[in-house]
Design a protein. Structure first.
Length: 298
C-alpha cells in the first residue's frame, strides 16, 4: 500500500508540472515547489524534534546538493514540459540510474561494469533514441529533449555528490528541509531570468500546491519510511513504477498519445535500468541516502 501510494504521488508529479505550467513559468514553478516542499518537511522535522544543521560545512554541501538535485532539474523539467508530454518526461526521469553508472565509472566507484551493465547502458540510450526518434523533425536535438536529459544527468551528479558528502546524520527530515530551503533561495536569485509567465489560474495554483506539498515533501517522508521499514530494495521498486504511472496519467488525464513507440521505448529503458543494477552489491549506509532525497520527483 505504501509503495503504491509513493509511486502514485511521485509518478503524478509530471502531470502536476504540466498543469502548473498553464499559469506559471518554469522558474516560478520551481520556486513555489521548493518552498512548499521545504515547509512540509520542516513541519515534519519539528514534529520529529529534528534540528536544522548548524555548521557552515553542512550548509555549504547542501548548497551544491540543492543546485544539482533541486533547482536545476526542477527548472529543466518545467522547461521541457512546455513542449514535451508529461509521460515522456516521466520515462526520461527513469534514465537517471544510467547516468549514475557512467558517472560512477568516471569517478572510479564503478570499477567493474560487467557485460550486463554495459548492455544496460547501450539498451538505455537506445531506448531514448526510440522515444525521441531523431529521424523526425525535432528528435533528440529539441530543447525539450535536451532539458529532460540534462535533468536526469543533474540528478545523477547530485546523487554521486550526496552519497559522499551528505551521509545520514540522524535528522533526515531536517536535512532535507534545509536542502529545499537552500534550493528555494537559489531559485529566487534566478527570478529575473524567469521571463513572462502565463496568466495565473486556479488549475496552476492547485497543481503547484499538490506538487510541492505531496509530490515533493510528503513523498520524501513516505520514501524514508519505506527505506527504514522495508529496505532499499523495496524503495528501488518504486522507480520502475514511476514512468508507468506518468505515462498512464498523461494519457488518461491530458489525452497524450500512447503510441507503440513511446511504450516500447519505456520498456527498453526500464529493462536497461534493471540490467545496470544486475548483481549490485549490498547497499551501504551512503547508498541509502540517494533514494531518500526529497529532490527526486520520481
Amino acid at each position: 500500500m505504501r509503495i503504491g501510494t509513493l509511486a502514485l504521488l511521485w509518478g503524478s508529479g509530471f502531470l502536476w508540472i504540466k498543469l502548473a505550467l498553464t499559469g506559471l513559468s518554469p522558474v516560478h514553478l520551481t520556486l513555489i515547489r521548493c518552498a512548499l516542499g521545504a515547509l512540509t518537511l520542516l513541519a515534519l522535522a519539528v514534529a520529529g524534534r529534528q534540528r536544522l544543521p548548524r555548521d557552515r560545512a553542512t550548509w555549504g554541501r547542501l548548497l551544491v546538493a540543492a543546485f544539482f538535485c533541486n533547482a536545476v532539474p526542477f527548472a529543466l523539467f518545467g522547461i521541457a514540459e512546455r513542449t514535451v508530454d508529461s509521460g515522456v518526461a516521466g520515462v526520461m526521469n527513469a534514465t537517471t540510474p544510467l547516468w549514475s553508472v557512467l558517472i560512477g565509472a568516471a569517478l572510479g566507484t564503478e570499477r567493474l561494469l560487467g557485460a550486463a551493465r554495459i548492455l544496460g547502458l547501450i539498451l538505455g540510450f537506445a531506448g531514448i533514441v526510440v522515444i525521441f526518434a531523431p529521424w523526425q523533425q525535432s528528435g533528440l536535438l529539441s530543447a525539450g529533449a535536451l532539458s529532460l536529459l540534462g535533468a536526469a544527468l543533474s540528478y545523477a551528479i547530485a546523487f554521486a555528490y550526496m552519497a559522499r558528502k551528505l551521509p545520514p546524520n540522524g535528522a533526515p527530515m531536517a536535512l532535507s528541509a534545509a536542502q529545499l530551503t537552500t534550493a528555494t533561495a537559489l531559485t529566487a536569485v534566478a527570478l529575473p531570468l524567469a521571463g513572462p509567465a502565463p496568466e495565473l489560474n486556479l488549475t496552476a495554483v492547485l497543481a503547484v500546491t499538490i506538487l510541492g506539498v505531496f509530490g515533493t515533501g510528503v513523498t520524501f517522508y513516505l520514501n524514508y519510511r519505506v527505506l527504514t521499514d522495508e529496505g532499499p530494495t523495496a524503495a528501488a521498486t518504486v522507480g520502475y513504477l514511476l514512468p508507468v504511472v506518468s505515462v498512464a496519467l498523461g494519457a488518461l488525464v491530458l489525452g497524450e498519445p500512447l503510441s507503440p513507440r513511446i511504450v516500447g521505448g519505456m520498456v527498453i529503458v526500464l529493462a536497461a535500468v534493471a540490467l545496470t543494477r544486475w548483481k549490485a552489491q549490498a547497499p551501504t549506509k551512503c547508498s541509502t541516502t540517494v533514494p531518500a532525497s526529497p529532490a527526486v520527483p520520481k
